[in-house]
Write a protein that binds this ligand. Structure first.
Ligand code: SF4
Length: 449
């Protein structure tokens, strides 16, 4: 039940499929399915998932299509026994590793990058030192990983710490690990510490043990987690997300003041920054756009068509508040631009007199290869357009993106401890031949999910 609750609390991190694998000490039992946590698990299914430990996963696809065989945890049998793997991130050398194993006759069941990790584990099974550590040393890219074996959980985080991973402890003394602290909160566990970049943590009957598999690197924490992805109540990379977002809003108000009647937050991820903007500018905050809470996050839907229809369903402008008013609309980011344009059209139809759009991060001009789904720069609106061209496309009176320096002034670790590659192209590690999102699909399959 705790794993289920933890997944529920982290539903914002992935809405395509969900899964839980448990161990009773001798055998792993798993259930995965397409859809939200509430759709995948019935009380009967949960009753069958009893054990002394387990792991769970919500999938947001960045490599491999959205289909059931790619749902995680991936459960496999190999020469070392059973193992289940849950992965947050992107392996930039997955195609190289997969080609290596396929050319030697290995069979893959999925089109995710994660599956190569199991082949690496099998390949290093007979290692006299530490098979898991040896397997991890072959991975390049972003990975926060959970492994479930019959007798233990292993949690590993890449040497740059792109994605979050935290350790907690329940009141009853159970050790747990999650992407975000919000998952610890809902099960009544206290935050102990982050899993360090380059560290493997073992949780078993003896408690928690730690070892390193890589030297310390300059961290590359994904700053987009703070801007958009993480839950506002989570403590991430040492700071509470809500407070960072409010500071981003305050900074925007300082960088781009405007005369307006109301500050209007774009639900839901623009809300915290809008609060900061309103507080710093003295302009009244009004909820001029009302969300339908039963529609999921639009940006993390796997296709553009799904994103567009979700945004139509999700947001409704309140014309009684907006009509005839000069409004400052605060949103967290613009990725492809189409959904933002749809929102601006709604506001014009509701009678907005002036729309001043404020974005709490710089223009996204470069691909992400480290766990956020914008791998193709040609799909990003800011790649080859000026800010004024984007303003015209969106049909707004003014548009301001928070500066890179302004954004970095709102977080409390040194600026060079964050990844900002999608904004400035400064990739922490070289990406020679990136895996495209569907780059590991070997065949055109007819899927009946
Ligand atoms: S490129 Fe952008 S989205 Fe990707 S890890 Fe870096 S900061 Fe995050």
């Amino acid at each position: 039940m705790r794993i289920y609750m933890g997944l529920f609390a982290q539903q914002h991190r992935g809405q395509e499929s969900a899964g839980i694998t448990v161990t009773d000490g001798e055998m792993l039992t798993s259930h995965v399915g397409m859809g939200l946590v509430s759709e995948v698990f019935s009380p009967e299914i949960l009753a069958g998932l009893r054990g002394k430990g387990g792991i769970g996963h919500n999938r947001y696809s960045t490599t491999g299509s959205s289909r059931c065989c790619n749902a995680q945890p991936l459960l496999e049998e190999y020469i070392g026994g059973q193992v289940a793997v849950a992965h947050n991130g992107n392996l930039i050398n997955a195609n190289v590793l997969r080609n290596h194993y396929e050319s030697r006759g290995h069979i893959f069941h999925t089109s995710t990058d994660t599956e190569v990790i199991i082949h690496l584990l099998a390949a290093h099974h007979l290692s006299k030192s530490d098979p898991l550590v040896e397997a991890l040393q072959h991975l390049q890219g972003a990975y926060s990983l959970l492994f479930l074996f019959n007798d233990r959980i292993e949690a590993a985080r890449d040497p740059w710490g792109w994605r979050p991973l935290v350790l907690g402890k329940t009141e009853e003394g159970y050790d747990c690990v999650a992407s975000e602290t919000v998952a610890l909160d809902v099960i009544g566990a206290r935050f102990v510490r982050e899993v360090e970049p380059g560290e493997v943590v073992t949780i078993n009957d003896q408690g928690v043990q730690t070892r390193r598999f890589a030297d310390h690197q300059r961290p590359a924490h994904c700053i987009f987690e703070h801007i958009y992805f993480a839950n506002p109540s989570s403590k991430l990379f040492g700071q509470t997300v809500q407070l960072v977002r409010e500071r981003l809003g305050e900074k925007m108000a300082a960088e781009s003041p405007v005369d307006a009647d109301y500050v209007i937050p774009m639900p839901d991820s623009g809300r915290s920054a809008a609060m900061g903007y309103a507080r710093a500018s003295g302009i009244e905050l009004r909820e001029g756009i009302v969300p339908n809470r039963y529609v999921g996050r639009t940006f993390i839907q796997p296709t553009q068509r799904q994103r567009d229809s979700a945004v139509q369903l999700k947001l409704n402008a309140v014309s009684e508040i907006i009509a005839g008013k000069r409004i400052v609309v605060v949103d967290d980011s613009i990725v492809r631009g189409t959904t933002t344009r749809g929102k601006m059209v709604q506001l014009r139809k509701a009678g907005a007199k002036e729309i001043h759009l404020r974005i709490s991060c710089p223009p996204i001009r470069h691909a992400c290869y480290f766990g956020i789904d914008f791998p193709d720069p040609s799909k990003l609106i800011a790649t080859d357009r000026t800010v004024d061209q984007i303003r015209q496309y969106l049909g707004v009176d003014s548009l301001h993106y928070l500066s890179l320096e302004g954004m970095l002034s709102c977080v409390n670790r040194p600026a060079d401890h964050y990844c900002t590659a999608c904004f400035n192209g400064d990739y922490r590690i070289e990406v020679e031949r990136p895996v495209t999102k569907l780059g590991l699909e070997r065949h055109q399959l007819r899927i009946f999910n």
